[in-house]
Design a protein around this ligand. Sequence first.
Ligand code: HEM
Length: 208
Amino acid sequence: MVKRPAANPRRRMLLLKTAIWLIGLGPIVWLTVGFFRGTLGVLPVDTIILVEGRWTLVFLLATLAVTPVRRITGWNRIIQIRRLLGLFAFFHVCVHFLAYAGIDQLFAIGYIIEDVLDRRYITAGFAALVLMVPLAVTSTKGWIRRLGKRWRKLHRLAYLSASLGVLHFYWKVRADTFWPLVAALTLAALFAVRLAYRKRTPKKIVRK
Ligand code: HEM
């Protein structure tokens, strides 16, 4: 019998990372081309905000899916793509926010603050963005080392940020709630898997 060579894990990881880069940058390329060719509809800024908002959510949920997938499949190397996914979520939310603040509101700080305070869906979205800032800043190896155990605690904020992002989506769409509900269920399922595995892992015995 001919023995098939084992798939090279490094090569597999490289392919996966390349795919994430392509998917992560794809929407920006698509929007830029569409913008200059005039194919983004009557209000291109609305298309930019919508597309970038949706990709933010996709990358946020993908980031949160890494640990549950790792626990279920035992594929430990998958952890290597978590940071990349998280940074793409942050990148897309920044474009989403800048399109809103810069093109839609022309950086009129007063109007933006008024929106953040008065429109509940903007309040939720803005809070989600604010929570993502410390997560992106502390995603480097240096910060992981410096914060130690506190890093994990801090990065649990990703669940809160994603919940606010989903709420923002739900409040924004008003009538057609199908996709916000799909996002909410996905988030709940990821959280449930995480909790289930946490209960299974015995706590370390603390020696006095
Ligand atoms: C984690 C953070 C965020 C996520 C996941 C997110 C996600 C989304 C999604 C999915 C949509 C599309 C709704 C639809 O299909 O109709 C959307 C729309 C929108 N978002 Fe966000 N968003 C976030 C943060 C923000 C922030 C910080 C702002 C501004 C302060 C913002 C402003 C808007 C606006 C104005 C729209 C509506 C665009 C329009 O109808 O033309 N979002 N967001």
